[in-house]
Ligand binder design. Structure first.
Ligand code: SF4
Ligand code: SF4
Ligand code: FES
Length: 321
């Protein structure tokens, strides 16, 4: 073996609900050259070792978004991920783990049920409904300015691969949550001056499972295969709600509670924020999530001390009123 070629073990998740009672892992050892992608490696396994191995792919160029799967525990595009780049991420030397994305039902092996994503795109009206009449479509142009396009340019790079959906901590606690890609699409549509259904979209975004449920964990940003600043878009949709005076919402109450905490002690009283935002009953509904955080030793402190520089913070609040 030269340095440019080595034996790699692939530990691959297998599950065919029609015949398997439980998921299991299959191990495959193949010789891989430097420069080979994960997709090419599993294509080799399918073509030469086990033709029943099931996964999706199409473009093989990072464009269609269909080859998303978890590689060594993180959702990625198999066609743009190099085998050799994954070697430092292996838990066992030269053993690469391949699994289906999180937060989806499994159809077979790495193929997941994508219908919930499509349903969410429908629910949140993730398309432009132009002002131009139906009969004039294709005859007239509706030109947008360069400045406007810059606002949602990055969001248009989304290929709907689902990697952010798979890594989203809120999705894990509630499959009804709009999802990071849903919020990104919503932002892109809300900011498009050609669209006529912005109010309808904002209304449904303001409901439960919508724009206010994001926990700011940033995992979607880390996972995005196109490096799209998803959190900016999420913040952008929320800002739009404030600009439109949509105050009767959990989001507004959350922002208000946040502001009051910073003003009084200089930091967030996280242990009570859920009650102040969602009310008692709403906070009780978040218990499963809280228990999960407790299990990960990430529970907020009950007692919060005032920061030493609080008088400066208060001065800032006085200044900005
Ligand atoms: S920041 Fe929000 S949308 Fe992104 S992964 Fe975390 S909870 Fe999900
Ligand atoms: S936001 Fe990024 S990770 Fe999420 S679906 Fe779009 S391209 Fe994929
Ligand atoms: S096969 Fe299209 S993005 Fe990977």
């Amino acid at each position: 073996m030269t340095e440019e070629k080595k034996d790699i073990y692939f530990k691959i998740f297998r599950f065919n609900p029609e015949v398997d009672q439980h998921p299991f892992y299959d191990d495959f050892k193949i010789s891989v050259e430097k420069g080979v992608t994960i997709l090419r490696a599993i294509n080799y396994i399918k073509d030469h070792v086990d033709s029943t191995l099931t996964y999706r792919f199409y473009c093989q160029a990072g464009i269609c978004g269909s080859c998303s799967m978890r590689v060594n525990g993180v959702s990625k595009l198999a066609c743009t991920t190099q085998v050799w780049d994954e070697l430092p991420n292996c838990k066992e030397t030269d053993v690469i783990t391949i699994e289906p994305m999180n937060n989806f039902e499994i159809i077979r092996d790495m193929v997941v049920e994508y219908t919930p994503v499509i349903s969410k795109l429908e629910k949140y009206i993730s398309w432009v409904t132009p002002k131009i009449k139906q009969q004039d479509l294709g005859k007239k142009e509706h030109i947008i300015s360069e400045a406007e396009f810059k606002v949602y340019d990055a969001a248009t790079d989304c290929i709907l691969c689902g990697a952010c959906y798979s890594e989203c901590s809120m999705m894990t606690s509630s499959r009804e949550y709009i999802s990071p890609l849903g919020l990104l699409k919503a932002y892109r549509m809300v900011k498009d001056s050609r669209d006529t259904r912005s109010n309808d979209r904002m209304k449904v975004l303001n409901e439960d499972h919508g724009m206010w449920d994001c926990t700011h964990c940033y995992r979607c940003v880390e996972a995005c295969v196109k490096k799209i600043p998803i959190m900016d878009a999420i913040q952008g949709v929320r800002n739009e709600a404030f600009l439109r005076g949509m105050k009767n919402s959990e989001g507004y109450r959350h922002a208000y509670a946040f502001t009051q905490d910073i003003k009084s002690v200089g930091r967030l009283k996280e242990s009570t924020i859920a009650v102040r935002t969602k009310g008692i009953f709403g906070a009780i509904s978040m218990l499963p999530f809280a228990l999960k955080m407790l299990g990960r030793n990430r529970m907020p402190k009950v007692f919060v001390h005032t920061i030493p520089g609080i008088k400066h913070v208060k001065r800032i609040f006085q200044k900005i009123k």
